[in-house]
Design a protein around this ligand. Sequence first.
Ligand code: FMN
Length: 262
Amino acid sequence: MDEKSQKNHTLDLIKNRRTIRAYNPKTLSQDEIDAIIQGAMRAPTAGNLMMYSMIQVSDQKLKDKLVKTCDNQPHIAKAPLVLLFLADMQRWWDYFEVSKVKEKCDEIGKEFQTPQESDLLLACCDALIAAQNSVVAAEALGIGSCYIGDIMENYEIHREMFDLPKWVFPITMICYGYPKGDKNKIPLTTRFPQKFILFTNKYSKLSEKDFKDMLKDDKRKIVVKGAENMGQQLYLGKLGAEYSVEMRRSVKAALKEWLKKD
Ligand SMILES: Cc1cc2nc3c(=O)[nH]c(=O)nc-3n(C[C@H](O)[C@H](O)[C@H](O)COP(=O)(O)O)c2cc1C
């Protein structure tokens, strides 16, 4: 393939990706799994520090439990490959301990800090960028994927399930598998017009008319009982729904643990 068609091929791949939630039970070969994991690991990473870890969840009992702890999503149990992406600062601070960094800081009169909010956000950036690279790698092999954002719920349970130490936070999980049936039959989801998403040089708040315009071609339907418009639908059905309330509680608990002084 020449360079130009290679470029078009990559763009086509990105444009035609859709979330796959129904999987062909066919297992993935080790070569395919390695390509997905290596794809993740080739992602850009701040300072080339790889402030993330991945856990391959292969134990069916764990997958079954994740169905429940991640807001009852049965496709998790049926996915041939499940990867948990962890924002991970534990590795570095463990290394700093064996490297006697605190002692060195004391010696030179520099404050030794433990990971703070910014370190968590940076590690989340790393983990999520790796996650998305794995999605693109999978897509290139014809393997579909589905993010599971609900892994941010039930922090205490997930912490115990996967033995997560203090400075490790499960920021996302991804299910992978060959699509069941023809994936092209799953309609591509719509996106808002670019002018509402891309601003030039400064941020622009949207007016009531802008919102109408923004949602004009949106295919979502109002299904929440009592919701009178899309704003009420999206709050009651998503950002104010029980799973979001649980996610807020869970992330608060995780942050508290991350920042706790021992
Ligand atoms: C951070 C994140 C979290 C998500 N969490 C879930 C999830 O828990 N369950 C699920 O079925 N899909 C999840 N998705 C997939 C989205 O629902 C999907 O990307 C969106 O509806 C757009 O559809 P498309 O990916 O097919 O374009 C998530 C996606 C992202 C990026």
